[in-house]
Structure formats: structure tokens, C-alpha cells
Ligand binder design. Structure first.
Ligand code: CNA
Length: 266
């Protein structure tokens, strides 16, 4: 039986990583790891998307990404789509940090709520990542589910116009394969969720933990397994357990400091 660990710090966790005592890290990320790439998050005051929607006259901010609203009014979504589209954006230091965990073979699994596909651009192996809310990589007709060409989608996004289905007699609006509020998550979520129980450490980066079911992931980590929150603000129940470590500040700096402790200093 292993001896009980004192309350962890980022330094003591780094030592456990360095000495091979932690080899399975499960990570949950959100919009905060991509803000330094130029994609605003949803909920940060002033800079977040929800603070800038007044001109669109939405019934409520989340309507922009709610399937019941999109199904009759796709125009507001395409009015902001260009600014949200991740084409030409580069991964951040936080993505590089996660890619390094994968390279060191200690990234057990990454659940990302992000739809920007920057994990792939950063070189994180596809089998280690689940984009729980889908991504902008592909798109389909919302009505008949026919696929739609990438180049026409890009053209519509750049023009701020709604693309419509090319199938004869359909004419439905095209939707990127991003999971909107009110839609089901990919079945892979249920297939991968058991990996949480195999974690020897959990990292939570850049998320307000306000969107279920990802918001429940940190609570599913077994008692005694260290959980680290790297975020501008406190989120969820992180900080309520003895084994929690809070690094409140930017994700990029938090990732760098973990790397510094684990692989650079001493
Ligand atoms: P959110 O609710 O907007 O929360 C973001 C969190 O990140 C907040 O707690 C911020 O304080 C924090 N934050 C912002 N910038 C930084 C930073 N540089 N360093 C540290 N912390 C920071 O977003 P969530 O991800 O929690 O919500 C889930 C939604 C957001 C998912 O459905 C996503 O699809 C959706 N989203 C995705 C993207 C993207 O793909 N890049 C962008 C915006 C929203």
C-alpha cells in the first residue's frame, strides 16, 4: 500500500511526474486555452462573446448556439461565424504544453470543449483527444444531413452569409459539425468517459465549468487523485478537496510553470 501523500503543490506534483509516479494525466480544456490564439471565450466579462451580442437582438445569448433557434434563424450564427472560425489560427503555448504531455507519454486523455481543432494543429495525437462539442472541420445540412463542400463553407463564412443545402428540393441551412445546445454529444463521449477513473492526476484548463456534461468531469475524479485548475478564475468545485491545486492566472503561464517545475528546474 502506498504511503499517504501530503497536500500537493505544483512543485510536488511536478516531482511525481518527473519520477514516474504520475504517468496518466487526464485533461479537460475549455475556451480559455485558445483566447491567446485570438478566439474570444463565451463568458469572460467585456472580452467574451456573450458581452458583444446586443446588435444581434437574440432572445438570450445562448440562442446563438441553440439548435432550436438556429433551425429557424441561422443568420445571427453566420453573422459572427467569421470571427469564430479557426482557419489561419495558430495553437497557443497551452496547446504546446498539452502536446508535450502527449510526447512524454503521460497524457492519458484530453477532453476538450473547444471546437477550434487547435489540438490537432499542435500535434496532439487524435487518439488522445475527444472534441466533446465537435469541431468546425466539417459541416452538414441541418435538414437532410447531406455533407457540404469545405470551399463553399469557407466562402459563406467569409461573406457572413448562410450557406444552403445543394441537394435538389432541400434548401436547408448548413451547420458546422459543432454540437449546439439542445443536440446530443458524440457517442464517443460515453465510450471515453471511463478513462476518468484511470487518472493519476487531472488538469483542468481554461473553462468556467458551466456547460454540462463536461462540467461534471472533475467531480468524477476519485478522491485522493490530485486535481489542478489553471484558469483566470475559480471554477466548479476545484479547490474544495485537499488534493486540489489552483493556479489562478493565464493558461499559457500556468502550463509554462508546470513545464518549468517538471522538466527544466533542477
Ligand atoms: P467559458 O464559459 O467562456 O469560460 C472560459 C473560462 O476560461 C473562464 O473561466 C475564463 O476566466 C477563462 N479564461 C479565459 N481566458 C483565459 C486565459 N487566457 N487563461 C486562463 N483562463 C482563461 O468557456 P467554456 O469552455 O468553459 O465553455 C464551454 C463552451 C465554450 C463550449 O461549448 C465551447 O464550444 C465554447 N467555446 C469554444 C471556443 C473555442 O473552440 N476556442 C471559444 C469560445 C467558446
Amino acid at each position: 500500500m502506498s504511503s499517504p501523500q501530503p497536500n500537493p503543490t505544483i512543485q510536488s506534483l511536478a516531482t511525481r511526474i518527473k519520477t514516474g509516479q504520475i504517468t496518466r494525466i487526464v485533461v479537460l480544456t475549455g475556451a480559455g486555452i485558445s483566447t491567446s490564439a485570438g478566439i474570444p471565450d463565451f463568458r469572460s466579462p467585456t472580452t467574451g462573446l456573450y458581452d458583444k451580442l446586443a446588435p444581434l437582438n437574440l432572445p438570450y445569448p445562448e440562442a446563438l448556439f441553440h439548435i432550436s433557434y438556429f433551425s429557424h434563424s441561422p443568420e445571427p450564427f453566420y453573422a459572427i461565424a467569421r470571427a469564430r472560425h479557426p482557419a489561419n489560427l495558430k495553437p497557443t503555448l497551452s496547446h504546446a504544453f498539452l502536446a508535450l504531455l502527449a510526447k512524454k507519454n503521460i497524457l492519458h486523455f484530453l477532453f476538450t470543449q473547444n471546437v477550434d481543432n487547435l489540438e490537432e494543429k499542435a500535434g496532439i495525437p487524435a487518439e488522445k483527444v475527444l472534441a466533446v462539442h465537435g469541431s468546425w472541420k466539417s459541416q452538414h445540412c441541418w435538414t437532410c444531413k447531406a455533407s457540404y463542400p469545405d470551399e463553399l463553407m469557407e466562402k459563406a463564412i467569409n461573406a457572413g452569409e448562410v450557406p444552403y443545402c445543394l441537394e435538389a428540393g432541400c434548401g436547408g441551412a448548413i451547420k458546422p459539425d459543432v454540437v449546439f445546445f439542445g443536440e446530443n454529444l458524440p457517442s464517443a463521449f460515453d465510450e471515453k468517459i471511463h478513462l476518468i477513473s484511470e487518472a493519476e492526476c487531472m488538469l483542468v484548463l481554461g473553462t468556467s465549468l458551466r456547460v454540462a456534461p463536461c462540467s461534471t468531469i472533475p467531480r468524477q475524479i476519485a478522491a485522493g487523485v490530485p486535481r489542478v485548475l489553471i484558469n483566470m478564475e475559480k471554477a466548479g468545485d476545484l479547490g474544495s478537496r485537499e488534493d486540489d491545486v489552483l493556479l489562478l492566472g493565464s493558461c499559457d503561464e500556468g502550463g509554462l510553470s508546470v513545464c518549468g517545475c517538471a522538466w527544466v528546474e533542477g
